[in-house]
Design a protein around this ligand. Structure first.
Ligand SMILES: [Zn+2]
Length: 162
């Protein structure tokens, strides 16, 4: 297998181009950079070729990366079908706290009102600091551990980033 983006043969594995159940082959270098969001522009010169791929999933991933890199010159040359464009523009849910600040994995927050924990007969008091929140599968919530309570999902509208 070779990497669909840079044609490397190093540790090539499949990578899902969400939200569709379609995959591209990615080498370790490409995958690590995409997952860390830390794109090396020189490495991704390979997109000059990948953007012309016959595989829609490769085109869509190339489009997203070119956008992140700010390569409007190349984006302008790309041709995507309408449904491919919708796919390419898909973004994972962005969660915002009570002040509209974007929340990310590892953030620390305070709770802005008393929250009852369902089934546990406990309350997370207003002003409680919660460290190291994590994104989770429940829409509008983050998962975290609260001292004295344990693992819970909290609604982002009741949190304030600190
Ligand atoms: Zn690669």
């Amino acid at each position: 297998m070779i990497c669909d983006l840079c044609a490397s043969e190093q540790n090539v594995t499949q990578y899902q181009v969400k939200p569709r159940d379609e995959y591209v082959n990615l080498c370790q270098t490409c995958k690590e950079q995409i997952q860390s969001d830390n794109l090396d522009e020189a490495h991704f010169n390979c997109l000059n070729d990948a953007m012309w791929s016959e595989k829609p999933a490769v085109k869509v991933l190339s489009y997203r990366l070119l956008k992140k890199l700010g390569r409007n010159d190349l984006l302008d040359m790309m041709y995507l079908e309408d449904d491919e464009k919708t796919w390419a523009e898909y973004e994972e849910e962005v969660l915002k706290d009570s002040n509209g600040n974007i929340l990310q994995d590892g953030d620390n927050v305070t709770v802005i009102k008393d929250l009852e924990v369902k089934g546990a007969n406990k309350t997370i008091k207003r002003g409680t600091t919660v460290k190291n929140i994590r994104m989770c599968d429940t829409p509008g919530h983050v998962s975290c551990k609260v001292d004295g309570i344990g693992s819970v999902y909290l609604k982002v509208e009741f949190l304030k980033k600190i």
